[in-house]
Write a protein that binds this ligand. Structure first.
Ligand code: ARG
Length: 562
């Protein structure tokens, strides 16, 4: 509806010689604090200077220009001082909105703006031979949601998991396995065993041995490669189990190892283009001119680095996908790395470097406000967190439903646990450091994932009691009804903004507000047995649909009964 307001204004402004774009006008439109001042308001202050007139006078003139437009969307348009206030034709607006949602269902809110364009979203990207820790959780949750949001806008999205599967740590691991490893233990609990080995081998006195082993690996030594592949497979299996429970899928699993050889070619390319220089036996790119630190691309022993492999991977991906945009969802501690690597791409002459974006996030904080990564000195494993959350969810469910079947319980507790963890993250601005507090996240009350799921289930139980759906007619609307209708109509705009700002929190906050307004509506408006029954049932149905669509973008599933 905001669009309709903007349309009217655009035409009127044009007649006054002001050429503003639709979305520029939309940005100026305000939602008045109470509906006596209309449903939308357009303040005229910013035009005053240009039109050399008072905002009050401009409002009057714009009103006159709009005056003769035949239209049915608004009941009234009034000037009030420097404002132009638009009053919706509420009945037709309500009818239209509900009709739209019920017709488009899971596609309500979808856009076509991304049609024909490819976006790469690289996210999660854990390091193999280490357990999936909480350190990669944010990237997994946010990246997944961004991918969903882009897809919903019509983009072709390629989800890439770029594993940390190459580097000196594998020298340590191979050396460690040869010295301390046991085939039996590896078969039994590979990740645990690899972690033990890593801890033992990660000592100063073994540094030289580890470096030698890594060099062998880089040179393609068969035995080393065999061990490496074994470790990689075990890890990947383990990660995939977690993604499966999360309901997250990737289109491509790749990793640093795939770009080891290509990274060598990059060094050649950099040399040919005259971008690198030798410094103490290593090759570096001097970026000080651009206010960045010098970046190393080849070590003194001739091996490549993380940055070199990233260069190779980016170039390779552009060749393969010809992407419109490539997003790297990686923690903010790697900000310098991405700035350097994007700059080098630019210096190499790749114009598309400007379409690569590092979408960063802050870290989780514990109760005392410190970085949340270890517990009693041990890294926190994702599996443990998930198990803990699931058991909390289980308690909550059983409290409400003692007779639930085992199968039902298992399915629900996972969905609720995921909602708790994902929403607990996504409701925050991603760049902030945020508290990680499972007990709060799992609560069925307040600004939490389970609360939103609960609202959905509650709406479902109303519909179950309802008689056969009839055609509805909209009569006089109560305040809470119109609020709910307005919120529903804002979903497409929320999706758009979330994509534009790379910010799933817009969708998360929208979901919460929608659930809240629904609960207020439900408290103040009787549904079944009221005169407005048919319309209100359709409204409840629309609410469920939009909330479901919205949660889906966050990677959260709905539950029919809690
Ligand atoms: N594996 C890396 C880490 O855990 C993250 C990879 C990020 N992606 C990239 N293209 N560099 O720190």
């Amino acid at each position: 509806m905001k669009k309709e307001v903007a349309k009217l204004l655009r035409k009127a402004l044009k007649e006054k010689g002001v050429a503003l774009k639709g979305d520029e006008i939309e940005n100026l439109i305000e939602i008045p604090p109470n509906s006596e001042m209309g449903d939308y308001a357009f303040p005229c202050f910013s035009l005053s200077e240009k039109l050399k007139d008072s905002p009050e006078q401009i409002a009057i003139e714009l009103r006159e220009k709009i005056g003769n437009e035949p239209q049915t969307d608004f009941e009234d348009i009034q000037t009030k001082g420097p404002y132009l206030n638009f009053f919706l034709n509420r009945k037709s607006f309500a009818r239209q909105t509900v009709w739209y949602v019920i017709t488009w269902k899971k596609d309500f809110g979808k856009a076509e703006s991304g049609k024909g364009k490819k976006v790469i979203v690289e996210f999660s990207s854990p390091n193999i031979a280490k357990p999936f820790g909480i350190g990669h959780l944010r990237s997994t949750i946010i990246g997944n949601s961004l991918a969903n949001i882009f897809e919903f806008q019509g983009f072709k999205v390629i989800k890439i998991n770029y594993l940390g599967d190459w580097g000196t740590q594998f020298g340590k691991l191979i050396f460690g396995y040869k010295k301390f490893g046991s085939e039996k233990k590896l078969g039994k609990n590979p990740i645990k065993h690899l972690l033990e080995i890593y801890v033992k081998a990660n000592k100063k006195k073994y540094e030289k041995n580890a470096r030698e082993e890594f060099k062998k690996l880089e040179e393609g030594d068969k035995k080393s490669l065999m061990l490496w592949r074994l470790f990689r497979n075990f890890s990947l299996e383990d990660f995939k189990k977690i993604y499966k429970r999360f309901g997250i899928k990737f289109d491509v699993y790749t990793g640093e190892s795939s770009y080891n050889k290509k990274a060598r070619q990059i060094i050649e390319e950099l040399k040919n283009k005259g971008i690198v220089k030798k410094s103490k036996g290593a090759f570096v790119v001097d970026l000080t001119k651009y206010g960045l630190q010098t970046a190393m691309v080849e070590k003194t022993d001739g091996t490549t680095l993380y940055a070199t492999r990233d260069l190779a991977a980016a170039i390779d991906r552009y060749k393969e996908y010809n992407f419109e945009k490539m997003i790297y969802e990686v923690g903010q501690e790697q900000q310098l790395h991405f700035m350097q690597f994007f700059k080098i791409l630019e210096l190499m002459g790749y114009k598309w470097a400007k379409n690569c974006v590092h979408v960063s996030h802050g870290f989780y904080l514990d109760k005392s406000g410190k970085k949340f990564a270890t517990r009693k000195g041990k890294t926190i494993l994702m599996n443990d967190i998930l198990t803990e959350t699931i058991s909390l969810a289980k308690k909550e469910i059983i409290k409400r439903n003692k007779k639930i079947s085992k199968k039902d319980l298992e399915e629900k507790m996972l969905k609720i646990a995921i909602a708790a963890i994902f929403y607990g993250d996504l409701k925050n601005n991603r760049t902030n450091n945020i508290p990680f507090d499972i007990k709060k996240f799992i609560s069925f009350e307040g600004d939490t994932g389970p609360y939103i799921q609960y609202s959905y289930a509650r709406a479902g139980s109303i519909l179950k009691k309802a008689p056969e759906q009839k055609k509805f007619e909209v009569r006089e609307l109560e305040e809470k009804e119109i609020e709910l209708v307005k919120k529903l109509s804002q979903f497409p705009e929320a999706v758009l903004n979330a994509g534009k700002n790379l910010s799933p929190s817009i969708i998360a906050n929208y979901s919460y507000q929608l659930a809240q307004i629904f609960n207020e509506f439900y408290h103040s408006c009787k549904v079944i047995g009221s005169e407005q029954e048919a319309f209100r049932l359709a409204l409840v149905q629309s609410f469920r649909q939009v909330l479901k669509n919205s949660l889906k973008l966050l990677g959260i599933e709905t539950v029919e009964k809690m």
